[in-house]
Ligand binder design. Sequence first.
Ligand SMILES: O=C(O)CCC(=O)C(=O)O
Ligand SMILES: [Fe+2]
Length: 323
Amino acid sequence: MANGSPFKVIPIIDLSDIASTDPVVRQKLVGEIKHACMEVGFFYVKNHGIPSEVFEHTLAMMRKFFDLPVEQKLGIENTKTPNFKGYSPILSGNNDPNGAGDLQEGFEFGFEPLEAHQSEAREEGIMAGANIWPTQLPEFRQAALDYYHKALNLGRLLFPLFALALDLPEDFFADKTKDSAALMRLLYYPPQFGEVDDRVIGIGAHTDWECFTILWQQPGIQALQVLNSSKEWIDAPPIEGTLVINLGDELARWTNDVFTSTVHRAINRSGVRRYSIPLFFGTDYDVRLEPIPSCVSPERPAKYEGITAGEYIKGRLSATYGH
Ligand SMILES: O=C(O)CCC(=O)C(=O)O
Ligand SMILES: [Fe+2]
């Protein structure tokens, strides 16, 4: 079975019918998802249900946060937290082992109830741990968590479609994503001028680690590129009203590479600041990623050792951030 292809375009999938129980409608959507997951590893979704004002408000808050004096941002640096939450300064991460560092600043956080009094039963996983927030910008937390929860809900709707695309029961992922180990990163990429050193770009060539990523890109700025199987970089520009979904290595391992986790990078040559927001949607950290039986055959023997999702992610984090 093919995985990856010399695609030139990234498919756009319409989610208007995501809640439909009509088997014909559902099967059509599942077919589109399956094709995109096997051939490209990337797709756009439109009619995803998150209103544009949510993105506009979050973007305004991100601008305020990254404009804070660097000493204030360093006060919540991720090296001060046990689980990589908080602020990461420019060049502190390196996604491409051949690169010299990523030309981006970031802010990372994980699940937290929207309201302080709300509580949801959650298990403490290996990567769990409290978020830290900038005290100088109280509105930032609310805006970031509001988008986080909306994107989390979208992600929960996608898992059943992936399961059906793999000929698994629709609820296959349900008991494996109860605590949704989903991490959100707010990213700021300064513009790069003149000759660009390929070793220092916004984010170096990499694959994502979790099951899939929901990526919002700032409108109007081309920066993201996706590598096809002919080793050509295909532009993945922001398309109005869409989000990008890309598969990550947890799902590639789990499906024995039937689903493809595609290499991508971002370079901001636009001349202006660029912002983006990935939400990395993993499984609960105690879930063992053993190849799904239907993805293993004599022609496609199992390629990967079983490992718990938590150990896998922790290893990738240490390799990228070196702490
Ligand atoms: O900023 C982007 O467009 C891509 C970000 C990305 O690939 C990542 O954070 O893993
Ligand atoms: Fe990525």
